[in-house]
Design a protein around this ligand. Structure first.
Ligand code: SF4
Ligand code: SF4
Length: 198
């Protein structure tokens, strides 16, 4: 999810790279699953997230939609996939009966980052920053961000995320240039095909 934030509230010393340490360690959440509830419907997925879900669950993009695991919705004018929410409760479809993530090894990037978030810069690069007060766990210990994210190759991951973000930014820019409805639909279909279906 892209949120407008007041950048002046994030001082430069709070901007972090994946090689920095941050107070993230929460002892494996110790029974808490707060961030898999309430806000799960706002977890928008990127191309890397979908790739991991497709490989981890062995479903196609359409298969994930058909099984009600992801949904398509409009985010800042663009059709994008997000995690589905259980109809009977406002919690992620992947949260199991024990309150644990059933797809932990291939969970989405936003879930891995939390309580970190990304701040995108004008040149297309990004920094991580700690969202104060978002995680209810007390006494978090310092851990290196690359370790927290648990990607086998953090450099490759960050490169892929940046490439995808550039393409998404480009799509949003084109859509705002006064295209006809048919042209917009065509661009959006092509984007979904290129980045999620294939
Ligand atoms: S709110 Fe914090 S402790 Fe609770 S599940 Fe999320 S990251 Fe873990
Ligand atoms: S994918 Fe896993 S970590 Fe992410 S919201 Fe769902 S249950 Fe929680």
């Amino acid at each position: 999810m892209i949120r407008e934030i007041d950048e002046t509230l994030i001082t430069r010393d709070k901007l972090l790279s994946s090689s920095d340490l941050a107070r993230l360690g929460c002892g494996n959440c110790q029974g808490c699953s707060d961030c898999c509830r309430d806000r799960a419907s706002s977890i928008i997925l990127d191309a890397w997230d979908i790739r991991l879900l497709k490989e981890g669950l062995n479903y196609s993009f359409e298969g994930l939609i058909d099984r009600g695991l992801i949904v398509l919705g409009i985010s800042d004018g663009v059709v994008l996939p997000s995690l589905a929410v259980k109809p009977e409760a406002d919690e992620c479809v992947f949260l199991d009966a024990q309150g644990r993530c059933s797809i932990h090894p291939f969970r989405p990037g936003i879930c891995r980052m939390f309580p970190l978030a990304r701040l995108w810069h004008e040149d297309g690069s990004f920094s991580y920053f700690l969202q104060q007060g978002e995680c209810s766990h007390a006494g978090r210990v310092k851990i290196r961000i690359s370790k927290w994210l648990e990607y086998p190759d953090i450099r490759e991951y960050e490169l892929q995320v940046r490439t995808y973000h550039d393409a998404l930014k480009d799509l949003r820019r084109k859509i705002k240039t006064g295209l006809s409805h048919e042209e917009q639909v065509g661009l959006q279909r092509q984007f979904l095909e290129d980045w999620f279906v294939r």
